[in-house]
Ligand binder design. Structure first.
Ligand SMILES: [Zn+2]
Length: 426
């Protein structure tokens, strides 16, 4: 395993050296894709409608995110001639630098796992043995209210509980997510190659978001008035890490319908992480994303609801939850940041609701039935990066058919769910 000595550089242990290079005092790399759990439109509403300190925190959070985005686009636009030393340019077909170059070049990245049926018996036993013996490599750091990442190491894998509650919540949330992917789906971390899980807590001051920056998790403390600490919710941690899973699998481009699918997949594996941690079956789960993130002063339950998209909150400062549940209310928005990249956090309500409907129809543990189908879709290697809802729906039917058989309850439940939300598989 990889273990970082406090104050010292990472120690490579068989993984790619450039991934494990010392990261101390680096700022969030603008070449990476930044996916925050709180959509920009919600922060913009707070900046407009909330009182003094909260509005200021929202403006600050937006400004930090905008800086990351502008710098990222500047880098993506730099060709080899204009590239500054050490600054990776986006590769062809990778418009937004979605997968950072250093990750794409990793020799040991295996984005797609061969199904065990394709392996020789000896190789299969070896692979399965290695996977069964796999364990998470977590490290939780403290940004100490600054923006240098990852910050000071507070808890490495196997370390005892730390005095800082946020550190422990992040550590446990990383563990719950790793455990879902490993114990249920047999995956060894986000890349299926033992990627270390790195997190930083106490990012900036009153920072109203948590995000995956393409390489690690980053958590703000919230403003205390609208948002509590972002380490409070296991599903938020699972959501953000699932952006890493998508990065290593389908690589859905973060705009329009493929962007909404990117958000959707994160909501799915986020809620599955929480449901599994709580032992909740599909029919008893609340299907809320980010429940507990809002303080009591907010009129709302959570950031999103997969059960009833559009009903998660309705607050004077936050406005009303804009998520549609079906294609009849699809939000056709411009593909710019002001409009949430074409509504990636808005239209995700439609596939979210389809997943919920299929899971509840089937009953039992959602991570076992529909969750397995969605995992198979993500790892099958058949979807384009710019997949749309009909293409994704078709892939779920193909996967359900392959795993559970034609005419199975799973195929029927998934087909019925897409029909109910108005998506015709294509
Ligand atoms: Zn997200």
């Amino acid at each position: 395993m990889t273990r970082r000595a406090a104050g010292g550089p990472a120690t490579p242990s068989g993984n790619s050296p450039d991934l494990l290079a010392p990261q101390r005092d680096r700022r969030p790399d603008p070449g990476r894709h930044v996916c925050g759990v709180v959509p920009p439109f919600l922060l913009a509403r707070l900046a407009d409608r909330a009182d003094g300190r909260v509005a200021q925190s929202a403006r600050h959070t937006l400004a930090v995110q905008r800086t990351l985005r502008v710098q990222r686009e500047t880098r993506a636009g730099l060709g080899p001639a204009g590239r500054r030393a050490g600054v990776p340019a986006a590769g062809p077909g990778d418009r937004a630098g979605f997968v950072p170059e250093r990750l794409r070049r990793r020799p040991d990245v295996r984005p797609l796992r061969r199904p065990p049926a394709d392996l020789e018996p000896g190789e299969r036993a070896e692979r399965e043995g290695a996977r069964a013996a796999a364990s998470p490599h977590r490290s939780v750091h403290d940004a100490e209210h600054g923006n240098a990442l990852p910050g000071v190491l507070r808890r490495a894998e196997g370390d005892p509980v730390h005095a800082d509650e946020s550190v422990n919540e992040a550590y446990d949330g990383l563990g719950a997510t790793w455990s879902l992917f490993h114990e249920v789906y047999g995956r060894d971390s986000l890349d299926d190659a033992g990627l270390p899980l790195v997190a930083s807590v106490h990012f900036e001051r009153e920072y109203e978001n948590a995000f995956w920056d393409g390489e690690q998790m980053v958590f703000g403390d919230g403003d205390g008035e609208i948002f509590g600490s972002f380490t409070d919710c296991v599903d938020v941690i699972g959501h953000e890490l699932a952006h890493g899973f998508t990065q290593y699998t389908t690589g859905f481009v973060y705009v329009g319908q493929s962007g909404a699918l990117n958000e959707h997949v994160s909501d799915v594996f986020g809620v599955l992480t929480l449901q599994r941690a709580l032992g909740h079956e599909a029919r008893e789960a609340d299907w809320l994303v980010g429940k507990g993130l809002f303080t009591d002063s907010v009129r709302g339950d959570a950031l999103r609801s997969m059960k009833a998209p559009g009903t998660a909150y309705d607050d004077p400062r936050l406005g009303k939850d804009p998520q549609p549940a079906t294609m009849a209310d699809y939000a056709d928005l411009p593909h710019d940041e002001e409009h949430d990249n074409g509504g990636v956090h808005i239209n995700s309500g439609i596939p979210n609701h389809a997943f919920y409907l299929a899971a509840v129809e089937l009953g039992g543990s959602a991570w076992e039935g529909v969750g397995r189908v969605w995992y198979d879709v993500m790892t099958a290697g058949r979807l384009p990066k710019d997949a749309d809802f009909p293409g994704f729906a078709r892939a779920t039917l193909t996967a359900a058919d392959a795993r559970f058989g034609a005419g199975s309850a799973q195929v029927e439940a998934v087909a019925g769910a897409w029909e109910e939300v108005g998506v015709a598989p294509a």
